[in-house]
Design a protein around this ligand. Structure first.
Ligand code: FES
Ligand code: FES
Length: 168
């Protein structure tokens, strides 16, 4: 191979959905591509690749993060949650169930990013008002639903979680 095109790979370790993963990456590779192509986590959807649509959102150390704007090496040592890891192997989360019940998805392309962004909001504020939900989701674009059903789903999930807490 031409000397100019040879790129040294580096091995990084990161925690993905609760599991330590070591992966060999070129420094220019994006986190979104590494999740999808190296780790097979294709629930992380990629559309604009410019940080605009939010479809590639994952949780990085608990924060909603656009994985198309991060180099994988920037995520070394981080704790990453993708849509595949949001359930902890226990079936759908209350938020995912609410998305289904409130028809908050149609084609589903935006849904992983929406769910992870909304989950991060609910983790921080278990009882958000509609304005806070709209603000939190304002960077996630959906071309199908018109948004109201997504907001309704997040509010319903918050109510379900609140009533469970009160019962316990
Ligand atoms: S694909 Fe990352 S924000 Fe659109
Ligand atoms: S459900 Fe199709 S883009 Fe949101």
């Amino acid at each position: 191979m031409n000397e100019l095109t040879t790129v040294e790979k580096v091995t990084i370790t990161l925690r993905v959905n609760g599991e330590e993963r070591a992966v060999s990456v070129e420094p220019r590779w994006l986190l979104s591509d590494v999740l999808r192509h190296e780790l097979g986590l294709v629930g992380t959807h990629v559309s604009c690749e410019q940080g605009v649509c939010g479809s590639c959102t994952v949780l990085m150390d608990g924060q909603p993060t656009r994985s198309c704007l991060q180099f994988a090496i920037q995520a070394a040592g981080s704790d990453i949650v993708t849509i595949e890891g949001v359930t902890h192997g226990e079936g759908l989360t209350p938020l995912q169930r609410a998305f289904a019940e409130h028809h908050a998805l149609q084609c589903g392309f935006c849904t992983p990013g929406m769910v992870l962004t909304a989950q991060a909001l609910l983790d921080k504020d278990p009882n958000p008002d509609e304005e806070s939900i709209r603000e939190a989701l304002s960077g996630n674009i959906c071309r199908c639903t018109g948004y109201q059903s997504i907001v309704d789903a997040v509010m319903a999930a918050a109510r379900t979680t609140q009533s469970r807490v009160e019962e316990d």
